[in-house]
Design a protein around this ligand. Structure first.
Ligand code: GAL
Length: 680
């Protein structure tokens, strides 16, 4: 095995610094998951040759290799991995080395059945797939720690290893006895006494008072609705417990002397992990994104996920760890992605802050559950449109080196957090049609169409520097978050707040009084009731209170019975029991939507609030995505016809080397990455 020494210059770097150095060295990273243990040695040689041809610079190795590395308890089979890492290094390919802990070997569940997770119905899940571990089971944690430690000690100094990847897509949930034990410990820590827990969960309701922490269970299947405070805490616990698994392995890697950045792959708006808390532990935000090529709004929706990935890292460049080269195999009906679409998706990630574009996976599996999942190198081999598309992308990414490290400068913040999402997703509420992420997507989509850059911000975080703050649906607004909104308003920010925000406290209990309790002074209006609306919604009257001709302005899904307390009324309900009541208000520079409003109304309010905030280009034609990152202007045409865009005179397209005049034409499915060049 080739040996080296850990790079002392990398030790103790601030978050993102190690990744920044890697990308400064290698350019935009390009590659994918590489599973050589599934292939004979001859194939490895072909792999590295084709990787070179495609411009691959970075591969993730070992994600699911536990049973290959440790076929019997306590054994270690390193020889194949030594060889693979050496081979990759000889070919100049950097490695993101994974701890294999997402998929324990079957023997672990046989020797320690308690390491297998139990679902909410009490069914213990079997080995034979992957992810079969109970995060709280000590025997799992110890075995994971041992293999992670040995792996790190062996390879910390290997010159191929430039990053560490802990586990994979942490997202296991367990309701078994191991989880119950750990949940009780977590609750003891949080509440100190059983009396405090009973108070926080208000266990007087339905006779749920607990005598002792030992009486408490995870929210297993019960005859009827569960206590929402218990469920909310179990969400927090699950995220923290998985994070503890991550941290144990991360710390073991560091103890081995490894100085490379350490991360794991998040999954955007994934419900089981509070990525805001995890982000503090990751040296670089890595995210897996699988937009559905069959859905026309995929580019718009994935843009929100990409803005989240960037925002989780406080604006620092992030890594697209996984995407599909073409079709996935886990949807019921899997449409392929054209090579052009795959290229555009990849460039979109770079536009929104990624300094690395990777795939699941390098070579398409011939066997196993994912045998029909696409890969960079398909079953049919290199003489394919798909592989030529991969080669083209590799060449494109190599041209984007000037973009590396560049930041997206957003003047608009959009609030989102997991605890509000969790609490708002509990059953038994005014309507289950009101969905936090769907609302976020609608509002973000309006900004996307305008080419306006947006950061996603955790409620309570510093809002200074933002000209506009959007709160599409923050169900839980704690005092710090309300204070921060007030501070932002006082500092001149314009704020738009959507319905059903500021409803509950951190235990999910409703804040009593006219709603939204923490915000009503800010919005100058208050409500007394949340009202689910009929299927076709209610007409709205704008702005004089009289419907003027046929109007498309409507409220759907959910409304509030509001009155103004100082705010001006911008729209009222025009029919039904709410007729004449305010639907949209404005109080100074704070807009309030007392209902889920139709696109036209949302657009009018956002236009007013966004006045003076410029988009990436003056006018964004339909289908075009326009993003400024650092000194580069990304133009991505997701539409089906060519568009003309006003751009700075004398810009050069990094992808083609061509200069543009003041007006650039972007062909359908095509992209430009323009940087301004002084004429020489
Ligand atoms: C991801 C996972 C990969 C692969 C991929 C398929 O969730 O991390 O290992 O299964 O999905 O789309």
């Amino acid at each position: 095995m080739i040996t080296g020494a850990p790079d002392p210059g990398m030790a103790g770097l601030a978050a993102g610094e190690g990744f920044a150095r890697l990308c400064a060295d290698r350019g935009v990273l390009f590659g994918g998951d590489y599973n050589p243990e599934q292939w004979p040695r001859e194939t490895w040689r072909e792999d590295v040759a084709l990787m070179r041809r495609a411009g691959v610079t970075f591969v993730t190795v070992g994600v699911f290799s536990w049973s290959t590395l440790e076929p019997e308890p306590g054994t270690r089979e390193w020889a194949w991995l030594d060889e693979v890492l050496d081979l990759l290094h000889e070919h100049g390919i950097a490695v993101d080395l994974a701890t294999p802990t997402a998929s324990p070997p079957p023997w672990l569940g046989i020797l320690h059945p308690e390491t297998l997770p139990v679902d909410r119905d009490g069914v213990r899940l079997a080995a034979g797939s992957r992810n079969q571990f109970a995060p709280s089971a000590r025997a799992y944690r110890d075995a994971a720690l041992r293999i992670a430690t040995d792996l790190a000690e062996r390879y910390a100094a290997h010159p191929a290893v430039r990053m560490w990847h802990v586990g994979n897509e942490f997202g296991q949930i367990d309701y078994g006895d191991e989880a119950a034990r750990a949940f009780r410990g977590w609750l003891r820590e949080r509440y100190g006494s059983i009396a405090a827990l009973n108070e926080a969960w208000d266990t007087r309701v339905w006779s749920q008072g607990y005598r002792d922490f030992d009486d408490i269970l995870p929210p297993r299947r019960a005859p009827y609705l569960l206590n929402p405070a218990q469920t909310l805490d179990f969400h927090r616990f699950t995220s923290d417990e998985l994070r503890a698994c991550f941290r144990e392995q991360r710390d073991a890697i560091r103890r081995s002397g490894a100085t490379q950045p350490i991360t794991t792959n998040l999954m955007g708006f994934f419900p089981l992990v509070d990525a805001w808390s995890w982000a503090e532990d990751l040296d670089v935000i890595a995210d897996d994104q699988y937009p559905d090529p069959a859905a026309p709004d995929s580019p718009q929706r994935i843009a929100l996920v990409q803005d989240l990935a960037r925002s989780l890292g406080d604006g620092r460049p992030w890594l697209l760890m996984e995407q599909a080269a073409s079709a996935v195999s886990w949807r019921p009906h899997n449409l392929p992605k054209s090579p052009g679409r795959m290229r555009l998706d990849s460039l979109q990630a770079v536009a929104r802050g990624a300094d690395g574009v990777c795939f699941f996976q390098w070579r398409q599996a011939r066997a196993g559950a994912e045998r029909f999942h696409s890969a960079m190198l398909p079953h049919a081999g290199a003489d394919t449109d798909a592989f030529r598309g991969v080669e083209r992308l590799g060449a494109d990414l190599a041209r984007l080196r000037p973009v590396v490290g560049g930041r997206v400068d957003a003047r608009v913040a959009m609030l989102f957090d997991w605890q509000g999402w969790w609490a708002a997703s509990e059953p038994a509420r005014p309507t289950t049609r009101h969905d936090t992420i769907a609302q976020l997507e609608r509002w973000h989509g309006a900004l996307w169409r305008r080419g306006v850059a947006t950061d996603i911000v955790r409620p309570g975080a510093d809002l200074s520097g933002y000209e506009v703050v959007l709160v599409p649906h923050s169900y839980v607004i704690e005092d710090d978050a309300a204070d921060e909104l007030r501070r932002a308003a006082a500092a001149g920010a314009r704020i738009v707040i959507g319905p059903f925000s500021g409803v509950a406290d951190a235990h999910g209990a409703i804040l009593t009084g006219r709603s939204p309790v923490p915000l009503r002074d800010l919005i100058g209006a208050s409500g007394e009731e949340w009202v689910g609306l009929p299927d076709d919604g209610l007409a709205l009257a704008l702005p004089s209170g009289e419907p003027t001709g046929p109007s498309t302005a409507r409220a759907t899904i959910l409304a509030e019975r509001l009155r103004t307390d100082g705010a001006e009324v911008l729209a009222t309900f025009a029919e039904g029991d709410l007729a004449g009541r305010p639907a949209v208000t404005r109080h100074g520079a704070v807009w309030y939507l007392g209902a889920v409003v139709s696109e036209d109304v949302l657009a009018t309010v956002l236009d007013e609030a966004l006045a003076g905030v410029s988009g990436a280009v003056p006018h964004v034609p339909e289908g075009l995505e326009a993003v400024r990152r650092g000194g580069a202007l990304f133009l991505l045409n997701h539409g089906e016809s060519a568009v003309d865009v006003d751009v700075p005179e004398g810009s050069e397209d990094l992808l083609t080397g061509q200069r543009t005049s003041r007006r650039a034409k972007v062909a359908p499915g095509e992209a430009m990455v323009l940087i301004e060049r002084r004429r020489t």
